[in-house]
Each structure stands twice: as structure tokens, then as C-alpha cells.
Design a protein around this ligand. Structure first.
Ligand SMILES: Cc1ncc(COP(=O)(O)O)c(C=O)c1O
Length: 380
């Protein structure tokens, strides 16, 4: 089955109990047991729920894993994934990760005795050099949030395997439509499904998928023990969103190309970060490991132009956190999504105060461009 067909017919394409083509929302928190101690398939909804299970089967297939797990947010999925490891374990973490992930690592996990070295994942030598005796995993995003940096998944997973450690990839920006890290050697993929997978800015959810049976068993244990599971209503909504991922991504990306063309030709734009640009560092790796380049674009205005005035002047594009929705969303990472990273670290990692991140929606592209142009005109 090809990917776009799998989105619709993969997983449980019909409800085994009723034949419903859309898996019903099973709201029951518990399930009747006919025989005492018989270990039934469904017993308690934190442990397993048929609606959530249907979503988990689908994402496991889409990412080519052995099992998928749905959580109440992307952050919960990342937290459960780090919970696979123990006090004293060391991780190599990409320098450009979502601000909330950075906060989880530095403000929460460090309290439990986890150690981290932050590394530019574009530099393979630096990745290998950062691995030490107690390193258990490398963790990174590609493309990254918000600088769209590209890491070579196959090369990094190769280094990790050589050192007997795991590779964990946050695949939120690319989605399995564009990139399937497990097929490139990663052990675990995590998602903020709140973004492209949900696709309509109406659900907060997280997913984790692994290619390893042992990790799968442990993740099931952790999901049940920590309990940050996704409820049946949100599981249903997310599965419905995933069915149109391919159709949405094609339009998102077509629009992103049109927007990049516009930005490239506007003298008020100083720099564009987009992996689809042939001279963008990492373009060749992205072209090799991704189907297309996604629809996230970051850019900087010429020095002296007021980024605040620009984003506040937009009339169609929403000034809002999040990304991957059908509506175009814009934000200033230094103030919004990455505000939890101390300024000196942000600047060191290349996130300037004026950097603007745009999630290109699926509106008519000319309307998106017209809005950007009228907001830029306010700066003249
Ligand atoms: C790349 C990435 N990973 C993880 C997260 C966290 O996901 P959630 O907001 O669903 O907890 C986000 C949120 O913006 C993100 O952009």
C-alpha cells in the first residue's frame, strides 16, 4: 500500500466490533470482565482504549515501527521517551530544539540526574566527540525548530549504533509524509501531533513510535505507569486529521514555495531559512532524506525594520504559537515558542530577537503573499 492510501486505509481501517469505517469514540473508562483474572484485551482505558489503539496502530504503520503510543501532548511523549533511561545517563541533544524540550531537559530532567551535552547536529564530528562513557542516546529534530537546520539521520544513527546508543528523532516538522526516521536507522520517533498530524489547530497530542520490540514493551509500561495518555475524543480527532495529511502537505508545500519566491524578491527581507532553497546549508541532505521540504519558513527582516510592527500588522496570517495548521501562523520565537531558552543561549544558537517563523497554511497563496506584502509596506 502506498503512503497516501495507508493514511486512509492503514491501521484499523474499520472498527472490528461494528465495521464502522471511522473507528468510534469509545468513551468507556473500564470494560466488563467476564471471567475473573482472565487478562482481557481491554480492561482499563489508561492501559488501553480501542479508539486510541486504532490511532496507535496507524502511526506505527506510517512510521514503519513495531508499535505506536499516543500521549496527551508532544511534551508528554518526549517525557515518556526520556523516562526509558535512568539517573546518571548522558544524552547528546541537538542545539536547535523546541524551547519546551530545552526546558524539559534543563529544568526537569536534570533534577532527576540526567546529563546533557548540547551539540550542533549538522557537525557529525562534534556529535561523535560528545559521546562519552555514560551516553545512552542522541536526541534531535530535523528540520529544526525554528532554524530549519537539517541533520543527517542516517549518518547520526550510524554513529550512535557504532557506540551502542539509541537515536531519537523529533519528526514534528517533517511528518512521516516527508521523512521516516526509523527507516534511516533511528530507534524512536516522537511527534507533537498537535501540529501537521492533527492539522487543524484543534487538538493537543503527542506520539512516539519505535522500531524495537524491547523499547515498545517498555514504552507501553511507561505510558501506563506515567498515565499521560491521549483521551478517546482527541484520539479520534487526531486520526481524522491524519487521513488528510498527504493532501494537506501537498498544498502546504506548494504554498511555501510561492511564499519563499516572494520573500526572496523582497528587498526588506535579509535572510530566509528554508531547506528547499538550493544554497541553504543541508539542502542536499534534505533532498536525500525527505520527500519534499515542508512548509515551515523562518526569515529575518533587514536591520532596523520593526519585527513587532510587522507581525502585528498582519490581517490574515494569525500571530500565534503552534504550526502545521491549515491556517497560516506566524510567530517571533525569541518572545514566544523559544522564550524559555535564556537569551545568551538563544543568540549563541543563532535565534536572533528579530527572527520570524511562518507556518504556511493552505489558503490561496496569493492571499498569504498579499498579507505579507501589506504588512511589510507598513514598515516603509
Ligand atoms: C518540534 C516540536 N516538538 C515538540 C513540541 C511539543 O509538543 P506539544 O506542544 O504538543 O506538547 C513542539 C511544540 O511546539 C514542537 O514544535
Amino acid at each position: 500500500m502506498q503512503f497516501n492510501t495507508q493514511l486512509i486505509h492503514g491501521g484499523n481501517s474499520e472498527d472490528p466490533a461494528t465495521g464502522a469505517v471511522s473507528t468510534p469514540i469509545y468513551r468507556s473508562s473500564t470494560f466488563h470482565q467476564h471471567t475473573l483474572g482472565d487478562n482481557p484485551k481491554w480492561e482499563y482505558a489508561r492501559t488501553g482504549n480501542p479508539t486510541r489503539a486504532s490511532l496507535e496502530k496507524l502511526i506505527a504503520e506510517l512510521e514503519h515501527g513495531v508499535a505506536g503510543f499516543a500521549f496527551s501532548s508532544g511534551s508528554a511523549a518526549i517525557h515518556a521517551t526520556f523516562s526509558l533511561f535512568s539517573q546518571g545517563d548522558h544524552f547528546v541533544v541537538g542545539s536547535d530544539v523546541y524551547g519546551g524540550t530545552f526546558r524539559l531537559i534543563t529544568k526537569v530532567l536534570k533534577r532527576f540526574g540526567f546529563e546533557f551535552t548540547v551539540v550542533d547536529m549538522q557537525d557529525l564530528d562534534a556529535v561523535e566527540k560528545a559521546i562519552q562513557g555514560n551516553t545512552v542516546a542522541v536526541y534531535f529534530e530535523t528540520p529544526t525548530n525554528p532554524l530549519l537546520q537539517i541533520a543527517d539521520i542516517k549518518a547520526i544513527a550510524g554513529i550512535a549504533k557504532k557506540h551502542g546508543i539509541k537515536t531519537i528523532v523529533d519528526n514534528t516538522f517533517a511528518t512521516p509524509y516527508n521523512q521516516q526516521p526509523l527507516t534511516l536507522g533511528a530507534d524512536i520517533v516522537v511527534h507533537s501531533a498537535t501540529k501537521y498530524l492533527g492539522g487543524h489547530s484543534d487538538v493537543v497530542a503527542g506520539l512516539a513510535v519505535t522500531s524495537d520490540e524491547e523499547i515498545a514493551e517498555e514504552l507501553a509500561f511507561l505510558q501506563n505507569s506515567i498515565g499521560s495518555t491521549l483521551g478517546p475524543d482527541d484520539s479520534w480527532l487526531l486520526q481524522r486529521g491524519i487521513k488528510t495529511l498527504g493532501a494537506r502537505m501537498r498544498v502546504h508545500q506548494e504554498n511555501a514555495t510561492a511564499v519563499v519566491n516572494f520573500l526572496e524578491n523582497d528587498p526588506r527581507i535579509a535572510k530566509i531559512y528554508y531547506p528547499g532553497l538550493p544554497d541553504f546549508p543541508g539542502h542536499d541532505i534534505a533532498a536525500k532524506q525527505m520527500r519534499n521540504f515542508g512548509a515551515m519558513i523562518s526569515f529575518e527582516l533587514q536591520e532596523g525594520l520593526d519585527a513587532k510592527k510587522f507581525v502585528e500588522s498582519l490581517q490574515l496570517i494569525d500571530l500565534a504559537e503552534s504550526l502545521g495548521g491549515i491556517e497560516s501562523l506566524i510567530e517571533v520565537p525569541a518572545v514566544m515558542t523559544h522564550g524559555s531558552i535564556p537569551r545568551e543561549i538563544r543568540l549563541k544558537n543563532g535565534i536572533k530577537d528579530e527572527l520570524i517563523r511562518l507556518s504556511v497554511g493552505i489558503e490561496d497563496p496569493q492571499d498569504i503573499i498579499d498579507d505579507l506584502e501589506q504588512a511589510l509596506n507598513q514598515l516603509d
